[in-house]
Design a protein around this ligand. Structure first.
Ligand code: MG
Length: 381
């Protein structure tokens, strides 16, 4: 078997004397030099790689900043402990980079994909998404994965030379592969698989943690689930006489570490078994990164438990219903009065239609701004 480590690890810059040092990557990683480029060609940067530039463009865009006041699962009114869409995104990036570094994948690409993966979420999480999807039922619907592409390809206006962020094709194609109804359901890069796996690890563990903090669940409730039982057993082996709060935190750390280790073990076994030597082989086959045979049913059981006990909790359902009524009323209100839209959104109406442009505007709002605008323009009018 060939050495899996590439020797292409350094590129000199003949102009300024600056150089771009690249880490050693596995043969199944996407190397910067292999990028398919951008829709609007750009000259290479002297000391930043293409995916590093993508990552930076995402961090500097307005949609990314607005993640700070967008609901992950629990709205802001419930307190200040729980995850927002931004902190969830950062946790996903952190876990995905851990996976990627252990497998010698392209961390810049992973980080760009992770930071972009939830850019398309409207205010109020999945409640907002379901409302916009219903509003656009006759016009292709609305999905956050599809909308993230619309943001980075069209809606962000930050550069003179092109619409959107002109991200590398690897980032766009990976985001497209997240769309359930995508016409070509081709395989995804291992870097993208890291982000999907990290997303699942992050929300499983952190939604449970947030629900505990908010009192929607108790630790004994969670300890009915085998995955949490085992994580708690591991935590107790490491630390004697933990208080309930300490046990909860230690079990949470164990749960993340255990799942990440399991993902790495499964992926390495799959890579060896299929003798994967190239990116093309990664793309041609089924996913290489997934929970192992023992972990998978336990993880499914935790997800089913969270759906039943947290996502459908009466408190969460009430907030969800209120948010849906508000966004639905705003959608109708803006459609009837498109002159209320900002100029940049109104300009696109002749091309994309009023309803899609209203959805674009609503999807870009933070939770707080949506509430403010609803009260200012539509409440009791
Ligand atoms: Mg996510």
């Amino acid at each position: 078997m060939a050495d899996p480590i590439s020797t292409r690890n350094f590129q000199g810059d003949p102009i300024s004397g600056l150089s771009r040092v690249q880490p050693r990557l596995a043969v199944y990683a996407v190397h910067d030099s292999q990028t398919k480029g951008r829709k609007y060609p750009e000259a290479p940067h002297p000391y930043r790689g293409p995916f590093q530039r993508d990552r930076d463009r995402i961090v500097h865009c307005a949609a990314f900043r607005r993640l700070q006041d967008k609901t992950q699962v629990f709205v802001g009114d419930l307190g200040d402990y729980h995850r927002t869409r931004l902190t969830h995104t950062l946790e996903v990036a952190s876990i995905a980079r851990t996976l990627g570094r252990a497998l010698q994948l392209n961390e810049d690409l992973i980080e760009a994909l992770a930071l972009a993966h939830d850019l398309g979420h409207p205010p109020f999480g999945h409640a907002g998404e379901d409302t916009l999807n219903a509003c656009l039922a006759g016009e292709g619907g609305f999905s956050h994965n599809q909308h993230a592409l619309r943001i980075v390809e069209l809606l962000e206006q930050r550069y003179q030379e092109f619409p959107g962020l002109n991200l590398s094709l690897e980032v766009l194609l990976s985001q497209e592969s997240r769309i359930k109804s995508a016409p070509s359901k081709a395989g995804s890069l291992l870097e993208a698989q890291c982000v999907d796996a990290a997303d699942s690890v992050a929300y499983n563990t952190h939604d449970a943690d947030d629900a505990l903090e908010l009192g929607l669940l108790t630790l004994p409730d969670l300890l009915e689930i085998p995955l949490w039982q085992e994580a708690a057993r591991r935590a107790k082996c490491l630390y004697a006489s933990l208080s309930a709060a300490e046990l909860r935190r230690a079990a949470l750390h164990e749960l993340i570490d255990w799942q990440v280790t399991d993902l790495l073990r499964t992926t390495l076994a799959n890579l060896a078994e299929r003798q994967v030597q190239t990116v093309e082989q990664v793309l041609a086959g089924p996913p290489l990164m997934h929970p192992g045979g023992d972990m998978s049913p336990q993880k499914n059981e935790l997800e089913e438990f969270l759906h039943r006990r947290v996502y459908r909790h009466p408190q969460v359902i009430t907030v969800r219903r209120n948010a849906q009524e508000m966004l639905g009323a705003m959608f109708q209100g803006y459609c009837q009065n498109p002159e209320l839209l900002p100029e940049s959104y109104r300009q696109r109406i002749p091309i994309h239609g009023t309803r899609r442009c209203v959805a674009d505007y609503l999807a870009g709002m933070t939770d707080r701004f949506a509430q403010q605008e609803f009260q200012r323009l539509f409440q009791d009018k």
